[in-house]
Design a protein around this ligand. Structure first.
Ligand code: FAD
Ligand code: 2HG
Ligand code: ZN
Length: 475
């Protein structure tokens, strides 16, 4: 006689609890709900259970069990992702594997300039551990107090310092990964040169939990900047903003660590919805930039920034600027910039476009995309901001909070097509830093070539033949 599904489920849960013990299974309904839903409250799933292994060995045992029973696994870090990648489907059949108990920092080596951290360590804690040995870990996101290193690697997160230090992929030297069948790949090499074959590490970075569970990583550390200055700048065109970016690179070189752009509509939205945010400039400007320089010693950093801005004003690139010399002034600028995600959540439902283009193509693109969106939706509220220094814009469109679901999904389809087609025309990317997840899965198929999709499918098939890793995401 065959056994019933509830019986198999309780047997599975029993075996899980034998691996991880009581603290390793989330039993509180509210807590489970929090894992089943993403932070934007946009995706709601229903997992069969949430398991929290406390070591790589426990992750391996959980994966062996899932391999044997064919239970699909959704790996979850801080659950701050923007693309629904960490939310299970609604079947009640998928297991959430949370890395929240993989919180060890295994080694900090200031002479080799590396740190080895487990996947569930918060990004902010890696930054702090680096600082304790007078080093710097440069990955910097608005979510750094909640997102994890494993999540950063799995999404290849970007953030505000990519123009100087690169994205997460550029910051990783080695990985430890539990494969879908439970085998452990120890690739924790702390080397800057290693030509011993295929770059397996890079397969897992950006794979959004579809190929394996990242359990630990060796990350690069850098000399710690001790001096920082920032400016808030107002410009009348993207062309002039681009000219300022080029000039700042020429005059400041590697000291230029952030060049963030916001339109006036983005600044206005933040002012309406973020308490304590103050307008940094007296007048309105079509485009704003937050520019930051950093260095490992003082060396006249403020004079360098002021000199650059004077040159830019003389050339007519800049309409107005405020320089933040002390920590409080700089923090006030960053509070505005980092408030944008929360402001969008409070103000409406955002149709997100997380796009990357060659930096030189940004002005033309913004003009074309503004016009194209307004053509199909004349009253569109475009909230365009992003990491201009590395070519990544968040070209979002905000819909009223009470927009009915059918109108919402029709408008998403319409505007995705308009914006992504323009991105595709200049060989840009429709997912710059937030990952594909479930949000852009269909869109990916519209823009990747058949050859590229086929290669990706073949890799997926060879690493995860039973298709148990994060089904319904990315591919
Ligand atoms: P989760 O959301 O838990 O998971 C994200 C994906 O990674 C999922 O597909 C999941 O299955 C997979 N995953 C997680 N951990 C593992 C693991 N150990 N092994 C395998 N797969 C795993 N992102 C940027 O890139 N730049 C920004 O500037 C930025 N700013 C943000 C600002 C705010 C306010 C917020 C809320 C988010 C922001 N994000 C940004 C998005 C998000 O924080 C990043 O994508 C982050 O890298 C996700 O980390 P996480 O630990 O929360 O991952
Ligand atoms: C940022 O750059 C994040 O602030 C979030 O990547 C972008 O809210 C968004 O769309
Ligand atoms: Zn961003």
């Amino acid at each position: 006689m065959s056994r019933s599904i509830p019986h198999l489920k309780s047997q599975f849960l029993q075996r899980l609890s034998e691996i991880v013990g009581e603290p390793g299974l989330v039993s509180d309904a509210q807590q489970k709900d929090d894992h089943d839903t993403d932070w934007l409250k946009k995706w709601h799933g229903r997992s069969c259970a949430v398991v929290r292994p406390a070591s790589t060995q426990e992750v391996a045992q959980v994966m062996r069990l899932c391999h044997e029973t064919r239970i699909p696994v959704v790996t979850q870090g801080g659950n701050t992702g923007m693309s629904g990648g960490a939310t299970p489907d609604e079947s009640g059949a998928q297991l959430i594997l949370s890395t929240s108990r993989l919180r060890g920092i295994r080694e900090v080596d200031p002479l080799n300039n590396t740190i080895t951290a487990e996947a569930g360590v918060l990004l902010a804690h890696v930054q702090e551990a680096a600082q304790e040995v007078n080093r710097y870990f440069p990955l910097s996101l608005g979510s750094e107090g909640s997102c994890t290193i494993g999540g950063n690697l799995a999404t290849n997160a970007g953030g505000v310092a990519v123009l100087r230090y690169g994205n997460t992929r550029d910051l990783a030297l080695g990985l430890e990964v539990v494969l879908p069948d439970g085998r452990i790949w120890n690739g924790l090499r702390a080397l800057r040169k290693d030509n011993t074959g295929y770059a397996l590490r890079d397969l897992f970075i950006g794979s959004e939990g579809t190929l394996g569970v990242v359990t630990a990583a060796v990350l690069k550390l850098f000399p710690r900047p001790v001096a920082r200055v920032a400016a808030w700048v107002g410009c009348d065109s993207m062309e002039n903003l681009l000219a300022l970016l080029a000039l700042s690179r020429d005059t400041c070189g590697d000291r230029l660590v952030a060049f963030e752009m916001l339109t006036q509509a983005s600044v206005d939205l933040i002012m309406q919805h973020i308490t304590d945010a103050r307008r940094p400039l007296a007048n309105a400007h079509k485009f704003h930039a937050l520019v930051e320089l950093a260095d490992t010693h003082e060396n006249g950093l403020a004079e360098m920034l002021e000199g650059t801005l004077e040159q830019a004003m003389a050339a007519g690139y800049v309409e107005d600027a405020a320089v933040g010399l002390n920590i409080a002034q700089r923090q006030a600028f960053w509070k505005i910039r980092e408030g944008i995600s929360q402001a969008q959540v409070r103000a409406g439902k955002a149709i997100k476009h997380d796009i990357a283009l060659p930096i030189s193509k940004l002005p033309r693109f913004v003009a074309d995309a503004d016009a194209a969106v307004k053509k199909v939706k004349p009253d569109a509220c475009i909230i365009n901001f992003g990491h201009m220094g590395d070519g990544n814009l968040h070209f979002n469109v905000l819909m009223p909070l009470d927009t009915p679901p059918t109108e919402m999904s029709q408008t998403v389809k319409l505007l995705n097509r308009v914006v992504h087609d323009l991105v595709h025309q200049v060989n840009g990317s429709i997912s710059a830093e937030h990952g594909v997840g479930q949000l852009r899965r269909d869109e990916l198929r519209n823009y990747k070539s058949a050859v590229e999709l086929d290669l990706m499918m073949q890799l997926k098939q060879s690493l995860d033949p039973n298709q148990i890793m994060n089904p319904g995401k990315l591919l």
